[in-house]
Design a protein around this ligand. Structure first.
Ligand SMILES: Cc1cc2nc3c(=O)[nH]c(=O)nc-3n(C[C@H](O)[C@H](O)[C@H](O)COP(=O)(O)OP(=O)(O)OC[C@H]3O[C@@H](n4cnc5c(N)ncnc54)[C@H](O)[C@@H]3O)c2cc1C
Length: 290
């Protein structure tokens, strides 16, 4: 069925790619996955585990950074809650903040870098008035189209009831089978808006997808924008580091994102109507054609 989806893309004019992360982005093919001996490999296992013993490296887990420490306007370390104790760590050269798209702006604001009036309203001393911090959140909004799988079995039956146990046994014995694979097998980077100069959308074809495992086999085609223009925000609501920030995704607030979404759905429908596929999938069941 995956091959039929890839052939459908080729019929639409997409180049078949052996490496979707290659130099030319446009195309369709199997997603690369970080799976070794049937197990998903995390970034920590891939990159940290092999160098754990280096004398110049200390890995500290269960430690929550509460703020960056400054000398004037220069970052010199971090304050950290470790097992309910507040500890300070100082850097000789530099402090690199890489707490992700949501937590990095939160830590900056807690440390006094953000919109000055907002920080003052929370009684946080201002190190730098930087209104852009937390103000440019972009997430690749996506939708999923659903199609019933007709002939090939898909994954779902092998993830339910007795066959789930068989899948588990197969996995335990040989680290193969449905439990050793990724949910999303086939991906495509496409120009959904006619005339676009480079790909503007990502399609991922999941069998059955990452949601609840349905009793019937479903093919899901997710469409996601590559360069969303809608801007959301991440703003702290309190000087308490344990309080979650207010997150506003602001999806589809930009006209470009709305137009692109319409074109992405149309593109996915064209792809899944190609001649290679009708014997495998039925009519769209979600969001339904009208
Ligand atoms: C559901 C999902 C699916 C995705 N699928 C893909 C995919 O298929 N391919 C792909 O390329 N990308 C994918 N991404 C995106 C990818 O995961 C991110 O782009 C990437 O992980 C970002 O890396 P990062 O190091 O910037 O942040 P993160 O991976 O978010 O790492 C931030 C780290 O900081 C830690 N942290 C946060 N706050 C603190 C604090 N106060 N103190 C101490 N530590 C803290 C967090 O625990 C986390 O470990 C996916 C993302 C999601 C959410």
């Amino acid at each position: 069925m995956c091959e039929a989806v890839i052939q459908a893309g080729v019929a639409l004019g997409l180049p078949r790619r052996d490496d979707l992360n290659g130099i030319d982005q446009e195309g369709i093919g199997y997603f690369p996955t970080t799976i070794k001996h049937g197990r998903r490999v995390s970034a920590a296992r891939a990159f940290l585990t092999p160098i754990k013993r280096r004398p110049n490296l200390t890995i500290l887990t269960d430690a929550t950074v509460t703020r960056i420490l400054f000398k004037g306007t220069r970052a010199v370390g971090v304050a950290c809650a470790v097992n309910d104790t507040l500890r300070e760590f100082r850097g000789e050269r530099e402090v690199m903040l890489c707490a992700g798209a949501l937590q990095s702006p939160k830590i900056l604001q807690l440390s006094g870098i953000g919109r000055a009036d907002h920080l003052r309203s929370l009684k946080i001393p201002v190190i730098c008035d930087s209104p852009g911090v937390g103000a440019n959140l972009r997430d690749h909004f996506g939708l999923r189209l659903h199609y019933p799988v007709l002939r090939a079995s898909g994954y779902n039956p092998r993830l339910r009831r007795l066959r789930l146990w068989m899948s588990a046994l197969q996995y335990l014995i040989s680290r193969t089978g449905v439990l050793s694979t990724a949910a999303s097998k086939v991906g495509a980077f496409v120009r959904a808006i006619p005339g676009a100069s480079r790909p503007d959308a990502e399609l991922s074809i999941d069998i059955p997808g990452t949601g609840q495992i349905a009793s019937l086999s479903t093919l899901q085609c997710a469409v996601r924008s590559l360069r969303p223009e809608s801007q959301g925000s991440v703003v702290i609501r309190s000087a308490d580091p344990t309080a979650p920030p207010a997150i506003h995704a602001n999806f589809l607030s930009a006209e470009y994102d709305r137009q692109l979404t319409v074109h992405m759905v149309r593109y996915a429908r064209r792809l899944l109507r190609q001649a290679t596929l009708p014997k495998f999938i039925g009519e769209e069941t979600f969001p339904v054609p009208d």
